[in-house]
Design a protein around this ligand. Structure first.
Ligand code: ADP
Ligand code: MG
Length: 288
């Protein structure tokens, strides 16, 4: 023991021996064994988002996080999508964009999960119908302005979101909202200015601008169109009976698949738009 002590002392004095590295922990790497699922927050076509507690000490004092993963049977293309979503979110820092926390990798290194901050109030689509009576018009305007700030930042980084809708805007507290779900976000090269899609089966068509529907091209301005549809949803307090899908379905009648897109394009070209709702200010309506 005395010898060990002496060697330690020697080590400390010697300028040539580097100090022992302190155990380095990457705070963005979450270990699967410490991740406890609490409940499912939402489920889409390809993936799901779960509320988990990350609890390395195992005493339920760990933090709550939202964990996005792919459904098991989804192929390589979707797993690429999630990897891309992770890369996008990792590079974004804005008060109106959901915060990236890290990743969790399955043992084999195959499946990857995205760890984000957990926003307890869910999306606007869940929050607004339930909290209609205590949400004033000025709060709705503030939500719209915050989404605009977040989207402006995203555009400044040359990203197109492509899925802006109330279901993808998360509520942090009564005053603050954040854009989430970057699963369809694409980067555009400066000189091109748009992104082309070839095979997208699950397009949120009722939020899409005409050029997205006819040419499959997405510009930064296409996000502005979706923002207008999102503003409509907000002023409607996300009432599902007034949803963009319901309203456009009333205009085009019952259709399926490609026919929906053809008829939707037709009514848009005729200049038909979502209606102005009661209580919606002039200026607000002019943006939708
Ligand atoms: P998808 O790609 O399947 O649409 P989303 O990222 O939009 O996945 O998440 C689906 C739903 O899960 C959202 O509409 C929202 O209700 C919930 N959700 C997603 N992320 C969070 C989060 N960070 N905090 C709380 N709820 C979330
Ligand atoms: Mg979504």
């Amino acid at each position: 023991r005395a010898i060990v002590r002496d060697i330690d002392k020697l080590e400390e004095q010697s300028p040539f021996i580097p100090p022992k590295p302190t155990a380095e922990v990457d705070p963005t790497v979450f270990e699967k064994r410490f991740l406890r699922m609490i409940r499912v927050l939402g489920e889409g076509h390809f993936g799901k988002v779960e509320l988990c507690r990350y609890d390395p000490r195992g005493d339920r004092t760990g933090e709550l996080v939202a964990v996005k993963s792919l459904k098991p049977d989804k192929g390589d293309e979707q797993s690429n999508n999630l990897s891309r979503e992770i890369d996008v979110l990792k590079a974004l820092y804005h008060e109106n964009i959901v915060k990236y926390k890290g990743i969790c990798q399955e043992e084999g290194g195959q499946a990857i999960k995205l760890i984000m901050e957990y926003l307890p109030l869910g999306s606007l689509k869940e929050y607004l119908p339930r909290n209609k009576s205590r949400t004033s018009l000025s709060t709705l305007l503030s939500y719209s302005a915050q989404i605009c700030e977040g989207m402006d930042y995203l555009g400044s980084r040359n990203y197109i979101h492509r899925d802006l809708a109330a279901r993808n805007v998360l509520v942090e507290n009564e005053r603050t909202v954040k854009i989430g779900d970057f699963g369809l976000t694409k980067s555009i090269k400066d000189n091109e200015g748009y992104y082309t899609v070839k095979d997208d089966h699950d397009s949120p068509v009722f939020w899409y601008a005409p050029e997205c529907l006819t040419l499959c091209k997405f510009y930064l301005a296409s996000d502005v169109w979706s923002f207008g549809v999102t503003m409509y949803e907000i002023i409607a307090y996300c009432d599902s009976t007034k949803s963009p899908m319901m309203r456009f379905s009333e205009m085009i009648g019952r259709t399926q698949g490609q026919m929906t897109i053809i008829r939707l394009v037709k009514v848009l070209q005729e200049g038909k738009r979502l209606p102005r709702l009661e209580g919606c200010p002039d200026l607000y309506f002019s943006f939708t």
